[in-house]
Design a protein around this ligand. Structure first.
Ligand SMILES: *[C@@H]1O[C@H](CO)[C@@H](O)[C@H](O)[C@H]1NC(C)=O
Ligand SMILES: *[C@@H]1O[C@H](CO)[C@@H](O)[C@H](O)[C@H]1NC(C)=O
Ligand SMILES: *[C@@H]1O[C@H](CO)[C@@H](O)[C@H](O)[C@H]1NC(C)=O
Ligand SMILES: *[C@@H]1O[C@H](CO)[C@@H](O)[C@H](O)[C@H]1NC(C)=O
Ligand SMILES: *[C@@H]1O[C@H](CO)[C@@H](O)[C@H](O)[C@H]1NC(C)=O
Ligand SMILES: CC(=O)N[C@H]1CO[C@H](CO)[C@@H](O)[C@@H]1O
Length: 821
């Protein structure tokens, strides 16, 4: 007992010891030792505090040393000087969770985040301050930026979370990717970045500051690289190590877009090549992408899912093989940390993009063989041995003799997730709905808002981004004998509303949104006016504010005009410009003001005649929580566009009616060759997101009793198709060369059958394997059935002794197997 107590006390004292974080030209040093550091981005508001420990633990088990996050200013300071650090926004709790797991943290304060986050993380009230320009030498901006940055640093210091205080934070970041947009800011931009550096230094955090994508980062700021590949990056100072702060593991999704995928082989290749070329710090962006709950998605048109094709999927499950293949890479890199960070470096160029890099210390050597050629495999002769390095891959030999890892040879299973119906419901697919209309009479018939102006305003200026919704209303009068009364006229609206609904005299005449990748469009429809007063009511909706680009804060949102009505009557043409009419404004919708999404909201809901295809309609249903621990999703198929809440928690915007175009998907995805966001797309001709995005974290649900789902449907849809489901592993696959061992596992459920098995040169991918031109005569499926079926996991030694030796014309033989869970 005494000794245990002594030990505990010793630990508690040692944990408050300062860690000295510094750097030289080779690496970040921790307590004087150069380190190989592998880090992964997890943004705390994109999951729930209940999920954090598991996510961070999986990061650690995946071989990470550190977790990196931005700080989201607009979430923390939604109104000037009113702060929110509760729930998902509890930054300190998140950092302490990282500390508890024994990992380091990288804190990117910014406070510009980009991150496909609403307005890049800036509060809209900041934009609405007089004379404001973001990210330049603008006094008002600098004061606010300094105020927020200082507050965050003070908060973190108070909890002793910097490494210099014994805490987990080893690096801090000021600004973010400014170098990419700096040109248009001219000399002011250069002065601003110097000011940022000085301001950050003055905060005295005791750990190095980084500035990513900033070639002119003033010393002692460390400039670092972001991108899909960073092997060619050279820091701006010989004393700055080669650091990669954003290695994009995938890409984000946009409404109406397709699903991007970055292959595991290519992510691994980019990292291994970075370390081959002297890199020592790598951060995955994202390691867990998560969910853009509520109104946090940036944009415009960024989806609610921020899965990012990351090693941990949106729900926090392992995305295999990406997670496992990178874990193996991390283990190999860590095993040669000393050689990588202290060894003398020499390279051999074999031509045709093949090269060897040798790291040599007194104790021994480690080698990287790289092949950057997209088409042909390379055969490298080294110290009397011959090695085949597949096209677009890197082989790591920790002892310069034995291949421990090749980026293109995946020996981790592929897991295919499936959705299961909610077994807690008797009739899982039918929810009992009630409904009510959104009350819009004041706007549609009276055109009456909260304030009036004789001009069209940018939406941000009026709403302060307190809502997605803004009504613009005006009246047009025609005399009884006016020749245009009852005639067809045209209403033309130049619009930057992300989505625009147009009503005339209470009737909807149409809606529109920008084409993919565009910001503005012209709405044009025929309309007939009556004599007397006509009410034009325009509902402008934002779907995430712009988050990127020079001066992005001033990109317009809402109805910027001009707005015309035109009519032709014989020789007479009239053109009425309504832009400077008297416009009445109202922020938000009644149902939101009255919080109809709250479970306890007292309001009249009807179970009679539940309508389909009705615009601006509220729906409500109760459901039982699915049993078990598998992640819960809600399939919102059949709906148009709107917002969904579960037990009052906003699970995000939905838009399943926005279908991606038919073309541009690849049936086969070739990992070879440089990745870009238009490569390896899937989901053509489908809703951008059907299940994927509508994650319902378990902590939002009551395990016992009823749960409430509320929908606000804008466009009109059919809620009868909506259903709750769980996601779990449906089948697992392997596709590996002989002389490897692969483990198959169904996540604590037994493997039930072998669906496909072939040893030879099988073709295709998990779920669509086919026999190749050569195949073993042994019954491969029978062998695997014996070894795996009925077991939770099985380890397969892929050898010719076991599976036979088919003649594949000298090419290496592979085993492909698909097992059903
Ligand atoms: C931020 O500004 C407020 C005044 O608006 C001031 O009271 C506060 O001390 C400032 N905070 C910091 C950390 O400078
Ligand atoms: C997914 O994550 C949940 C929650 O952590 C866990 O219960 C479940 O076993 C995981 N499933 C898989 C396939 O990893
Ligand atoms: C590394 O290079 C230095 C300087 O050239 C040399 O003195 C040292 O012996 C080398 N070490 C090894 C292990 O080759
Ligand atoms: C309105 O939109 C049309 C079509 O995009 C464009 O030609 C015109 O310049 C726009 N007018 C204004 C004032 O932006
Ligand atoms: C709803 O609208 C869609 C598309 O216009 C149509 O195909 C469908 O039949 C309508 N459903 C109902 C129930 O009216
Ligand atoms: C910094 C950097 O490398 N940016 C690139 C990231 O990828 C996008 C999409 O492929 C490129 O457009 C950027 O130049």
């Amino acid at each position: 007992m005494v000794s245990l107590r002594f030990l505990l006390c010793f630990l508690c004292v040692s944990s408050v010891y300062a860690t000295i974080v510094s750097h030289d030209g080779r690496a970040i040093t921790i307590d004087g030792h150069r380190r190989v550091l592998l880090s992964g981005s997890i943004h705390y508001p994109r999951s729930t505090p209940e999920m954090w420990p598991d996510l961070i633990k999986k990061g650690k088990e995946g071989g990470l040393d550190a977790i990196e996050t931005y700080v989201f200013w607009n979430a923390h300071e939604p109104t000037r000087r009113q702060y929110d650090f509760s729930g998902k926004l509890d930054l300190i709790r998140f950092l302490k969770t990282i500390q508890d797991e024994g990992l380091y943290a990288v804190l990117r304060i910014g406070p510009y985040a980009c991150a496909e986050w609403n307005y890049g993380g800036f509060p809209v009230w900041l934009h609405n301050m007089p004379g404001m320009v973001f990210r330049t030498t603008n006094k008002a901006y600098m004061d606010e930026m300094q105020n927020f940055t200082t507050m965050i640093v003070d908060m973190v210091k108070k909890e002793k979370l910097f490494a210099s205080q014994g805490g987990p934070i080893i690096l801090a970041q000021i600004e973010n990717e400014y170098g990419n947009v700096m040109g248009p800011y001219g000399e002011s931009g250069k002065a601003y970045i110097k000011w940022c550096a000085n301001m950050a230094q003055s905060l005295d955090v005791g750990v190095p500051w980084i500035m990513c994508q900033q070639n002119d980062a003033p010393q002692p700021m460390l400039n670092t690289c972001n991108g899909f590949y960073c092997d060619n990056f050279v820091p701006n100072n010989p004393n700055t190590p080669k650091m990669w702060t954003e290695n994009w593991t995938g890409w984000f999704k946009q409404w109406g877009g397709k699903n991007p995928h970055r292959t595991t082989e290519d992510v691994a290749f980019s990292v291994a090549r970075f370390f081959q070329r002297g890199g020592t710090f790598n951060n995955y962006y994202m390691y867990h992408g998560g969910t853009n709950f509520d109104r946090t998605a940036g944009g415009p048109y960024i989806t609610t899912s921020y899965d990012y094709d990351a090693p941990l999927d949106e729900y926090g499950n392992l995305s295999q093989p990406k997670y496992g293949h990178l874990k193996q890479l991390h283990d190999v890199l860590h095993s040669i940390e000393k050689t990588l960070t202290y060894g003398n470096i020499s390279t051999i160029d074999f031509g045709n993009s093949a090269s060897a890099t040798i790291y040599k210390t007194e104790e021994g050597s480690s080698c990287f063989f790289g092949n950057g050629n997209e088409n042909s495999d390379a055969t490298i002769s080294f110290q009397g041995e011959s090695y085949v390095v597949p096209a677009w891959s890197v082989t790591i030999l920790p002892d310069c003799k034995n291949e421990a890892y090749n980026t293109a040879k995946i020996t981790t299973q592929t897991s295919m997730m499936v959705k299961k119906p909610n077994e807690a419901e008797d009739t899982p697919s039918t929810l009992k709905w009630s409904w009510r209309p959104e009350n819009m009479d004041n706007f549609l018939l009276k055109g009456k808002g909260e304030s009036t102006q004789t001009q069209l305003f940018d939406q941000k200026v009026v709403t302060n981004d307190q809502s997605d919704y803004l009504w613009y209303m005006t009246t047009v009068k025609f005399k009884k004998r006016d020749p245009f009364v009852g005639k067809t006229m045209s209403l033309r609206i130049n619009s930057t509303a992300h989505v625009l609904y147009v009503f005339v005299n209470g009737n909807i005449i149409g809606y529109q949104h920008a084409e993919n990748g565009k910001f503005n469009y012209v709405f044009e429809k025929d309309v007939k006016f009556k004599s007397g007063r006509n009410v034009i009511a325009l509902l402008s909706i934002t779907v995430g504010l712009a988050n990127y680009g020079a001066f992005f804060e001033s990109k317009p949102a809402g109805i910027t005009g001009p707005i015309f009505i035109t009519g032709i009557n014989g020789d007479e043409t009239i053109v009425k410009d309504l832009s400077a009419h008297k416009w009445s404004y109202k922020t938000g919708l009644n149902g939101f003001d009255n919080q109809l999404f709250r479970t306890e909201a007292m309001s009249k809901w009807s179970v009679e005649n539940v309508p389909f295809n009705r615009t601006m309609t509220w729906y409500k249903a109760t459901f039982k929580s699915p049993l078990g621990n598998d992640p819960v999703v809600v399939d919102l198929m059949g709906l148009g566009k709107g917002t969904a809440w579960v037990n009052g928690n906003n699970i995000g915007r939905y838009w399943p009616s926005f279908i991606s175009s038919e073309n541009g998907c690849d049936a086969k995805c070739n990992y070879r060759g440089a990745y870009h966001a238009e490569k390896c797309l899937t989901n053509c001709g489908e809703p951008t997101q059907r299940w994927y995005m509508y994650h319902v974290p378990r902590s939002f649900l009551n395990a016992e009793g009823d749960n409430t789902l509320v929908l606000f449907e804008e466009m009109g849809g059919n809620p009868s198709l909506v259903s709750f489901q769980t996601t779990r592993v449906g089948s697992v696959c392997a596709n590996v060369y002989e002389k490897t061992i692969i483990e198959l596992s169904c996540d604590r459920k037994p493997i039930s059958a072998i669906k496909f098995a072939s040893f030879g040169n099988p073709d295709g991918n998990c779920g669509s394997f086919e026999k190749g031109t050569c195949e073993s005569s042994k019954n491969t499926a029978d062998i695997l059935t014996q070894e795996c079926v009925g077991k939770e996991k099985c380890s397969i030694d892929v050898s010719t002794e076991k599976f036979g030796a088919p003649d594949c014309s000298g090419a290496p033989r592979r085993l492909a197997v698909e097992a059903i869970c």
